[in-house]
Design a protein around this ligand. Structure first.
Ligand SMILES: [Zn+2]
Length: 280
C-alpha cells in the first residue's frame, strides 16, 4: 500500500467527472462534495474515466511491448529533448498534465529533469496507467497516475502550468481550458519520414506522413525542433514490438507482415517534431 498523502497536491486540481465539484481523498477512495465516489487502487491509480471499470485503450500485450521498446532507449533522444524543453520553459515547481501518457516513459523523463515538478500521468488505458504507477517517480508521489480521457479532462479551468501531448489524441480546446493563462503546451508528432524504412517493408507503395500546419487555435506558436535518431533492432521480437506500437499493426496486408517477420534485424530512422506553444 502506498502513502496516498504524498499525492494530495493533486486534489485541488481535479474535478468530479459526474458533477464537476472538487475532489478530496477519504479512506482509500476519492469523493466529491456530492458524495460521488471513485476507487483509489493500492498502487495509487485513480479512475475518473466515464466508464470506470471497463477496459479501454491498449491491451496488456501492447502495453508490455511498448514498455520493452521504450525502456531499451530507442526513443531516448525524444525523451531528452522533451524533458529539456519542459525544464527550460517551466522553471520552478510547475504542475504538468501528460495527456495520453501511456506507460509513463516520457512523464518519468520530465519528472527526472525537473525534480520540483508535479505531473499528472493521464491515459484512458487503465493497463498503461497501472504501468505508469509502478515507476519510481510515481512511488515518490511526483507523478499522479490517473485514468481518464483527454476529450473531457476531469481538471479545473486554468489548473496546470503545462500540458504534454506525445503521439496522443489531441484535444486542443480542453488543453486550452485547463492551462493557466500563459501556460505552455508541448507536443510531439511524427515527421514526414518517421519509420519510413519500416513502411517500405510493410507496403508495396509506402507513403510519407502528412505534417499539418503548426498553427493551433488559441495558442501562440513558440517553436519547432526536429529530433532524429536511428533505431537499431537486433532481434525479431524487438522488430515485432516496434510494429505493435504503430498504427500499422492493424492496417498492414498479410504479405507485408510476412516480409517483416522474415527479418532478423532492422535499422530504421525515427523522426519527430517537438512543438511548443503558449496559451494566448
Ligand atoms: Zn460529484
Amino acid at each position: 500500500m502506498r502513502d496516498f498523502a504524498k499525492t494530495d497536491w493533486v486534489y485541488p486540481v481535479l474535478t468530479c467527472p459526474v458533477c464537476g465539484e472538487g475532489l478530496f481523498r477519504a479512506d482509500g477512495c476519492v469523493k466529491c462534495l456530492l458524495r460521488h465516489s471513485f476507487d483509489l487502487s493500492a498502487k495509487g491509480v485513480l479512475n475518473l474515466s466515464p466508464a470506470a471499470g471497463k477496459r479501454h485503450g491498449d491491451d496488456p500485450g501492447m502495453v508490455a511491448a511498448r514498455r520493452r521498446f521504450l525502456s531499451a532507449g530507442h526513443y531516448a533522444p525524444l525523451a531528452q529533448a522533451l524533458a529539456g524543453e519542459v525544464a527550460r520553459r517551466l522553471p520552478g515547481s510547475p504542475v504538468i498534465l501528460d495527456a495520453g501518457c501511456g506507460e509513463g516513459y516520457y512523464t518519468a523523463a520530465v519528472a527526472r529533469a525537473l525534480p520540483s515538478a508535479r505531473l499528472i500521468g493521464l491515459d484512458l488505458s487503465s493497463e498503461a496507467v497501472k504501468c505508469c504507477a509502478s515507476r519510481e517517480e510515481a512511488r515518490e508521489g511526483r507523478i499522479f497516475p490517473l485514468v481518464a480521457g483527454v476529450y473531457r479532462l476531469p481538471l479545473r479551468d486554468g489548473a496546470v502550468d503545462g500540458v504534454i501531448s506525445t503521439f496522443s489524441p489531441f484535444a486542443g480546446d480542453e488543453f486550452l481550458r485547463v492551462l493557466k493563462p500563459g501556460g505552455t503546451l508541448f507536443r510531439a508528432i511524427p515527421d514526414r519520414r518517421h519509420l519510413f524504412a519500416l513502411k517500405e517493408i510493410l507496403y508495396d507503395e509506402p507513403y510519407e506522413n502528412e505534417v499539418a500546419d503548426f498553427a493551433i487555435d488559441g495558442f501562440d506558436f513558440l517553436g519547432a525542433r526536429e529530433v532524429r535518431t536511428v533505431v537499431s533492432l537486433k532481434t525479431p521480437s524487438e522488430i515485432s514490438d516496434l510494429l505493435g506500437m504503430t498504427p500499422y499493426a492493424y492496417r498492414t496486408p498479410p504479405k507485408g507482415k510476412e516480409r517483416l517477420a522474415a527479418l532478423s534485424e532492422l535499422s530504421v530512422g525515427a523522426e519527430f517534431i517537438l512543438l511548443t506553444y503558449r496559451r494566448a
